[in-house]
Design a protein around this ligand. Structure first.
Ligand code: B12
Ligand code: SF4
Length: 500
């Protein structure tokens, strides 16, 4: 009985940017008696069905975007005589779907750190349950990833999680509902231990796969103080000081290491935090800007963000601490107008963003937006027999690109304008200008390659509807990805010790 873990993807690039962390965490959660699992990340290459033998167990992890491919793999594995177990955020939200569409024998809901081992043991004993409730495991039960199983020469960045959950409640995001609003922070020694292992292997770029690296803001602390809520204040301060402890640990790692995370823009108001980030070499962060107007921010329950000139100031503040920002914007909010696209582009240029992404509002399951949208759809709204409210089951060739009708713009117009903003932000002229943040000609050229890679990867999987454009973008992305990989790696340091 061999254990397989498969990360589904329709497109494979041969080289990938970030390691899908769940594969290596579940490998660690696999009891040793089952041997090392066979890991297949389809963003590198597709699963070879012949590698699955009767009696094997195949674990498939899906999010909404790759659910359909995951279901196809479920049937392939089942037909080969394997036991199929689904997990991941999409299966957590729609466990029954995995049985009907994906040929599942069992589904693990929630965290797999503990439940995966239970399911495997039950499988061995012939007592597999239908559903396993993985729940939200406590931070001290998070498994550290099995990085010793990483294939050589495939990824640019490794991913290490430091905190799960987010106290905010944005309407388009499922994290606070599935992973909870109470931050679950891993002990800093365990995080550092994983990073040291990765540096020994030659990885120097690490994505901190967190929902929100800044779970306690100064406003939260002031509020608890004003309310004289001493217990709450102590709890928040403890979370905050653990963040500083972690950053101090990162600062002691080899100086060529670079970290990237996701953070709210509230951190820009916290110089002590920004200084600690600089010392820790957290040199990049994805900031959900979402909208540039107060109406837009209100619509997504993100009033804690700023708009207008204050927004520009906040985003620039990160650069004062050598933190490069990947700004994430959403188009398609009801308050968006034709001029919003130009205004967003202008702001993205003026705020000193190093990278930006412009996504179209999508109702992801598990979110407040999805619930509202689902209720608003007529019962008979279907495409090729599939309810529109289960859009991820619709074959990609005929799947609509936009689901939430806009009050003044057609979906064609919205997509065209969004594409236009991408094209302009990533035009050679704009990239060259932004590449001034790199200090040598070689690093400027590397910056250009990376910007183009980012653009192409999005064009192939994101907004482009034109299949010729998509396949051209894929071919380009594959070529650039291969050329870029070397830029991120360093000589392995097998002797590296954990800093005291
Ligand atoms: C880091 C991250 C990214 C990174 C890296 C992705 C990568 N290659 O790993 C980047 C920035 C590239 C990214 C991109 C996107 N992401 Co993202 N991402 C995350 C984030 C913050 C953490 C994921 C992670 O590594 N967690 C650590 C691992 C250990 O946890 P895990 O994956 O949840 O796995 C655990 C359980 O789910 C379970 N499990 C998982 N799989 C399986 C399988 C089996 C068999 C079992 C038993 C259990 C099991 O066990 C694991 C251990 O407990 C999550 C938020 C979150 N809290 O999940 C969003 C999240 C997954 N992303 C999301 C989205 C929407 C996207 C994008 C579509 C964003 C966009 N608009 O472009 C793209 C899509 C990329 C793609 N094509 O795959 C959504 C998914 C929503 C949904 N319903 O599908 C999430 C949940 C965030 C959100 N805002 O709601 N993402
Ligand atoms: S979008 Fe970001 S800030 Fe908002 S709830 Fe999700 S993780 Fe938290």
């Amino acid at each position: 009985m061999r254990v397989h873990l498969v990360n589904p993807s329709d497109t494979s690039f041969g080289t990938a940017v970030i390691t899908p962390r769940w594969l290596y965490v579940l490998a660690a959660a696999t009891p040793p008696e089952f041997g090392d699992p066979e890991i297949c990340d389809e963003t590198l290459e597709h699963l070879n069905p012949l590698s699955v033998a009767p009696g094997d167990v195949v674990g498939i992890g899906i999010h909404t975007g790759n659910a359909l491919r995951g279901y196809k793999l479920g049937h392939i594995a089942r037909d080969r005589g394997a036991t199929v177990i689904f997990g991941g955020i999409h299966s957590t939200l729609y466990p029954e779907e995995a049985f009907v569409q994906g040929g599942a024998h069992a589904v693990v809901k929630g965290d797999g750190d503990v439940a995966w081992g239970e399911a495997l043991n039950d499988c061995r004993d012939g007592a597999l349950k239908r559903i396993y409730q993985g729940g939200r495991v406590a931070a001290d039960q998070f498994k550290s990833a099995r990085w010793d199983l990483l294939p050589p020469d495939r990824y640019m960045w490794a991913s290490v999680q430091t905190v799960r959950g987010c106290p905010k409640h944005c309407s388009f995001c499922s994290v606070w509902r599935t992973d909870g609003q109470k931050p679950r922070q891993r002990a800093s020694e365990r995080v550092i231990d994983e990073i040291v292992q990765l540096r020994r292997l030659g990885y120097r770029f690490i994505a901190l796969a967190d929902d929100n690296f800044y779970p306690v803001s100064l406003t939260d602390l002031q509020l608890a103080e004003r309310q004289n809520n001493h217990a709450r204040l102590a709890e928040l301060q403890a979370i905050r000081s653990e963040r500083f402890e972690l950053m101090a640990g990162l600062a002691r790692l080899p100086k060529d290491m670079v970290f990237f995370t996701q953070i709210t823009m509230e951190a820009a108001e916290d110089p002590q935090f920004l200084e600690a980030m600089r010392a820790a070499r957290i040199m990049g962060a994805l900031v959900g800007v979402e909208a540039v107007t107060p109406e837009g921010l209100k619509a997504v329950y993100k009033d804690f963000n700023c708009s207008g000139e204050e927004l520009v100031r906040r985003l620039q503040q990160f650069r004062n601490y050598d933190i490069h920002i990947l700004g994430s914007f959403i188009f398609g909010l009801p308050s968006d107008r034709q001029e919003t696209f130009e205004a967003t582009l202008d702001l993205a240029h003026r705020s000193g963003l190093t990278f930006a992404q412009f996504v179209m509002l999508t109702p992801f399951p598990g979110t407040v937006d999805f619930e509202r949208w689902e209720k608003s759809q007529p019962d008979d709204a279907r495409v090729q027999g599939f309810p529109i409210t289960r859009y991820w089951l619709i074959p990609p060739e005929v799947r609509p690109k936009m689901f939430m009708p806009h009050p003044v713009m057609s979906s064609e117009e919205m997509r065209g304008r969004t594409q236009g903003v991408w094209d302009e932000f990533y035009s050679m002229k704009s990239i060259w200008k932004r590449s001034r943040c790199a200090h040598t000609l070689k690093s400027r050229l590397a910056f250009i390659l990376i910007s183009k890679l980012y653009r192409q990867m999005y064009a192939s999987t994101g907004i482009a509807t034109d299949s010729a454009r998509r396949s051209k973008a894929s071919a380009w992305a594959r070529w650039i990805a291969r050329s870029c990989r070397g830029l991120f790696l360093a000589d392995p340091m097998p002797e590296l010790q954990i800093p005291s």
